[in-house]
Ligand binder design. Structure first.
Ligand code: TPP
Ligand code: SF4
Length: 261
């Protein structure tokens, strides 16, 4: 087996998000960093929308962060709202258009640090929407500051020595919190750091949207994504960092389902 040094440039051009194959991915280059996990999550979203025939009757609501490029790179209807407010806006869209698949796509900074109350209230009201949190443990877009989900010991722009519970408090396990609310029909946490995780996460997303369209109640999928830039590590080490550091605090799996399959 040939081992490629971490610092070596790629031998072949990187695959562009537009070449991944889903018809909903528009043929434009994205501006996210190499090794970012977000585009993989967008691809899964597009595949699930296509397979469930929801692409023409879906509305996504985003806040602010690197992940919001999904709105210009995917052929879905999107609304952008104030930081953290996506669950409230999605609630309004769903109540006006109950037959539409309504979801939020938010980063952990947007959802957990800036708008956790919006998420919990929407879940508490059992709104039949799907909220998706792309959790990379940092405010990626603004340079890698600590968020509510930054794990203990994680170095960020605002915790250069690593998150210290004595100073910064503990990370909030959002999916576990949401799971405890009676209005939630489905809660799962996936990741996009290897092929198996990607396949599993797609199943989670698919089940969440199926249950939404069946009117089961509030559905939530957290997805652990890589942010090598915000983590200040070499790009190639991102997937391993998810497995060895992130998943210690945020184990992946299906946390709650009203109708297991
Ligand atoms: C009220 C308000 N607070 C903060 C910001 C700055 N801001 C813009 S994007 C962003 C980071 C979002 O991080 P996250 O949701 O985790 O997404 P990521 O960039 O990691 O994909 C922040 C803090 C802002 N524009 N407005
Ligand atoms: S800063 Fe992080 S989240 Fe933003 S594009 Fe780069 S790797 Fe992705």
């Amino acid at each position: 087996m040939t081992h490629v040094p971490t610092g070596a440039p790629p031998g072949v051009p990187a695959t562009k998000v537009a070449e991944f194959g889903s018809p909903l991915l528009l043929s434009e280059e994205h501006h996210l960093c190499p090794g970012c996990g977000h585009p993989v999550a967008w691809r899964l979203l597009c595949e699930v929308m296509t397979e469930l025939a929801l692409a023409d009757r879906a509305v996504g609501v985003i806040g602010h962060g690197c992940y919001t490029q999904a709105a210009v790179l995917t052929d879905l209807e999107w609304l952008q709202c104030l930081h953290g407010r996506a669950p409230a806006v999605a609630t309004g869209v769903k109540r006006v258009h109950p037959g539409v698949a309504v979801f939020t796509l938010q980063g952990d900074g947007d959802m957990a640090s800036e708008g956790l109350h919006e998420l919990l209230h929407a879940a508490g009201r059992a709104e039949p929407i799907t909220c998706i949190m792309l959790n990379n443990g940092v405010f990626g877009d603004t340079g890698g500051q600590m968020t509510a989900t930054t794990v203990v010991g994680q170095r960020t722009k605002t915790s250069l020595e690593g998150r210290d519970p004595g100073t910064h408090g503990f990370p909030i396990p959002v999916a576990d919190l949401v799971r405890t609310l009676p209005g939630t029909a489905y809660v799962a946490r996936g990741a996009v750091n290897n092929a198996g995780a990607v396949a599993q996460t797609k199943k989670f997303l698919r089940r969440a949207f199926e249950l939404q369209m069946e009117g089961a109640g509030f559905t939530f999928v957290e997805i652990l994504t890589m942010c090598p830039t915000g983590w200040f590590i070499p790009t190639a080490e991102g997937p391993g960092y998810v497995a060895s550091v992130f998943e210690e605090t945020f184990p992946v799996g299906q946390l709650k389902t009203l109708a297991p399959r």
